[in-house]
Write a protein of this length. Structure first.
Length: 559
């Protein structure tokens, strides 16, 4: 039960509102922890100049002619990429705008004093007093300007704002651009309480998603992903009264990023065009990312020499991935995702292995939806499999009827959830379920690690860990296999995503704390795809019964 329903005001500009503000307002109507009671609308002399020529003249006076050229070049990038994304269904709503008349709340018009640079906004005393009379718990910054002065402290929670960039590294803007320009592996965002420090507020929440290969796509995914966590943040605030836990700053950079210079925009366009051309040529010549599975018998998994592995040859028109191995009834069997390029669907197949040979057993589970990641575990001396079934919107387990080829659906553990790469194990008399969710329906399953727990494997009431997502970082959140330890030590294999590359490499972390209140892990080893020049990535590794299995990917023409 929420202690208090927060009263919120949104600071906006006097214009049609973007997806982010519209989405936030819609969700607030269904929230039992906060409500939007007012719009604070910043009326400025600049916002009334709708004539394009007037805007260009005003911009040139404030910034100079060279900055105008920089701005035009960057605007060209935005226009081109926006037109590309508008054609995609999943991003169609992102570009829709609503007039402020659609917001059925009190509207308060203010006239901030704007610095000559057009960057800093300071509110007049009469506007401050009117906002105070609204008795708001907090303000959300959704408009222009770096806010300064008394406005920062008139609400108990102050002013909360998105910063679309990890403020420890990328301060300023444009949001999501410089990470693409520099081809960073991830793009961050923070939710922060504003202070007088430019782009250096107190961070309440942060996350990192994989960087997309062009700017506007990166921004769309960043906004879609971060939007849902503003709501989660407000829910926590409503539970905790005025107590707020802030992230400690990791690395303070004093460089403030700005709109790229003309030559940087040109360089970006050239780099992006090359990436697109390569993708088109791969499609034209039928080259695809094709995963492969290999294995080896070893005693120590902490220093794997992957080039010593035996490779299982991919069947025609298919690939094998996500291997899990088990020794059961004196037979060593690898279960894999068996993906068919013709049907674009995966099923679960099995291969029996010895030191130097392997034999295909065939398909063991097939559904009318995609299956992958066949996680194996024992419970009460019975063998179960928990494959990825995100297309069925559930997390389910299958029970082994006759090893290794006969399995039946045993139970659906969690319904109405789109989850991938789920691990489950027993620890300290509880069952722990580690899975990767996409809270935003943006298609990104690589950034959020969620934990659920239950007293019984038969439970349909799995409790969400209070720290969920316990990890929000595409460089280490997504599960990538399992280390089956013979003692009480727990290890988690995770994938590392790189710039425009899914499954670039792996890491193994040792879990230091796991309880109903806490979670902590530390990196133990990195596993790189450096055992062959043609290998581009590796995204799964499992060790069990002195057998190490992993997959790897190459770009190949499909036979």
């Amino acid at each position: 039960m929420h202690k208090k329903k927060l009263k919120i005001g949104i600071i906006i500009d006097d214009e049609d509102q973007t997806f982010l503000i519209n989405d936030f307002y819609k969700k607030s109507l269904e929230s039992n922890c906060y409500s939007v009671v007012s719009l604070i609308i910043q009326k400025t002399s600049q916002s009334n100049k709708n004539n394009l020529l007037s805007k260009l003249i005003n911009y040139t006076k404030r910034k100079g002619f060279l900055k105008l050229i920089d701005g035009i070049a960057f605007k060209l990038i935005e226009v081109i990429e926006t037109q590309i994304l508008k054609k995609k269904k999943e991003f169609a709503d992102f570009f829709l705008k609503q007039p402020i008349s659609k917001f059925e709340v009190k509207k308060l018009y203010v006239n901030p004093e704007i610095s000559p640079s057009g960057v800093y906004y300071k509110y007049k005393n009469e506007d401050i007093n009117e906002i105070k009379n609204l008795n708001l718990d907090l303000l959300i910054r959704g408009g222009s300007g770096i806010l300064q002065g008394d406005i920062l402290n008139i609400c108990p929670f102050g002013i909360i704002s998105f910063h679309h960039g990890d403020s420890d590294f990328y301060r300023g803007g444009p949001p999501g651009f410089w990470e693409v320009y520099k081809q960073e592996s991830s793009t961050g965002f923070v939710i922060q309480r504003l202070t007088e420090d430019l782009d250096g507020g107190d961070v309440i929440f942060k996350g990192h998603i994989p960087t997309s290969f062009f700017y506007k796509l990166n921004v769309c995914k960043l906004y879609l992903k971060s939007s849902i966590f503003m709501h989660k943040t407000l829910e926590k605030l409503s539970l905790n009264d005025s107590k707020v836990d802030y992230y400690p700053p990791e690395k303070k950079t004093y460089k403030i990023y700005k709109i790229p210079k003309f030559y940087q925009s040109i360089f970006y366009l050239i780099k992006t065009s090359i990436i697109i051309c390569k993708k088109l040529l791969d499609k034209l010549f039928g080259r695809y990312y094709r995963w492969n599975v290999c294995y080896q018998f070893i005693d120590d998994w902490t220093n794997p020499i992957l080039k010593n592995s035996n490779i299982i040859k991919n069947p025609k028109h298919r690939f094998l991935a996500d291997p899990f191995v088990i020794k059961h009834k004196d037979r060593s069997v690898i279960f894999v995702e068996d993906f068919d390029f013709k049907t674009q669907k995966g099923r679960i197949s099995a291969y029996e292995i010895t030191f130097n040979e392997y034999k295909e057993i065939g398909c063991v589970i097939e559904e009318n939806f995609h299956l992958s990641y066949p996680f194996l575990f024992h419970s009460n001396d019975e063998l179960f499999m928990l494959p990825e079934t995100h297309e069925a919107s559930d997390i389910r387990i299958y029970k082994c009827v006759e090893f290794p080829h006969s399995w039946k659906l045993h139970k659906i553990l969690i319904k109405n959830v789109r989850a991938v790469d789920t691990n489950i194990f027993k620890f300290k008399n509880k069952y722990w379920l580690f899975t990767n969710l996409d809270s935003s329906n943006s298609g990104d399953y690589s950034s959020e690690l969620h934990i659920f727990y239950s007293d019984s494997i038969e439970s349909t009431n799995w409790k969400s860990h209070p720290l969920n997502p316990v990890i929000f970082d595409s460089k280490k959140a997504r599960n990538g296999g399992m280390i089956y330890s013979k003692n009480d030590e727990l290890y988690r294999v995770f994938q590392k995503q790189d710039f425009d590359m899914y499954g670039a490499s792996l890491g193994v972390s040792k879990i230091k704390q796991l309880s109903e209140e806490k979670y902590e892990e530390e990196l133990l080893i990195n596993v790189l795809p450096d055992f062959d020049k043609k290998i581009l990535g590796i995204h799964s590794l499992t060790f069990n019964s002195n057998i190490l299995v992993n997959d790897f990917v190459r770009k190949e023409k499909i036979d």
